[in-house]
Design a protein around this ligand. Structure first.
Ligand SMILES: [Cu+2]
Length: 226
């Protein structure tokens, strides 16, 4: 009988630098590292389901994204500088972390490889993120952070940020009619005008009522500004 595992696999932490040093796409590179880990740690698995039930960090990490991706995601802890410790090895390309409730700017989140590259680059203080295509990060539990304008701010007072998801790509707010201010609904460009500018979308993409052909239609168009 295996008891709770405490193996450490820090290789994902180097995924971002690996990606930038090789000619293959960053997504493929991160995926390859994850696949390698999967193979290496397979023998140590077997009590994952028990671990998930026991460890509130794992539950919290998985709640940060939609079930569709978090169910089979790798769950990890992210230390200073982006050092990663894997708690549960997953089978898809997503990585969920529980964060630290007692630290500002350390929310639970779930990242795809390009989102993770963006996040790692930010945590490691790189002048700009290395992702060459948009990444995705879910923070559906909400968050706190230091600044809406400066990704490197380590001293500002906490800003409350509601549940949201992030498209890590530098959208031009002004050119696209997007706000740049913190709000509790809608979307805005955070860190606007900086290399870490990205699209911050409030809420969850799974909110609202679905419409399917045959449902009773309700006309919702409204010719006034909300
Ligand atoms: Cu966020």
């Amino acid at each position: 009988m295996t008891t709770r595992r405490t193996f450490i696999a820090g290789t994902i932490a180097t995924a971002a630098s690996l990606a930038s040093n090789s000619s293959e796409s960053s997504a493929a590179s991160v995926g390859r590292v994850a696949a390698l880990e999967h193979t290496l740690n397979k023998a140590e698995r077997g009590t994952d389901m028990q671990d998930q039930a026991e460890d509130p960090r794992i539950t919290r990490a998985r709640l940060s994204g939609p079930e569709q991706v978090t169910k089979n995601a790798t769950v990890a802890e992210l230390g200073p500088g982006g050092v990663m410790k894997v708690l549960v090895q997953g089978s898809n390309e997503w990585v969920c972390v529980a964060g630290d409730e007692n630290r500002i700017g350390s929310p639970p989140m779930c990242m795809n490889p390009l989102g993770m590259q963006w996040m790692m680059d930010a945590m490691q203080g790189k002048p700009k993120p290395g992702n060459a295509a948009p990444g995705m990060i879910y923070m559906l539990c909400g968050a706190t952070q230091r600044s809406n304008t400066d990704a490197t701010d380590k001293t500002g007072p906490a800003i409350p940020i509601g549940p949201h998801w992030m498209i890590t790509w530098p959208f031009d707010a002004q050119a696209n009619g997007l706000p740049t201010t913190v709000r509790d609904k809608g979307a805005w460009v955070m860190f606007a005008g900086t290399p870490y500018s990205y699209l911050h979308v409030c809420g969850s993409p799974w909110e609202g009522n679905e419409y399917h052909a045959g449902d009773k239609a309700i006309w919702t168009m409204n010719y006034a500004r909300p």
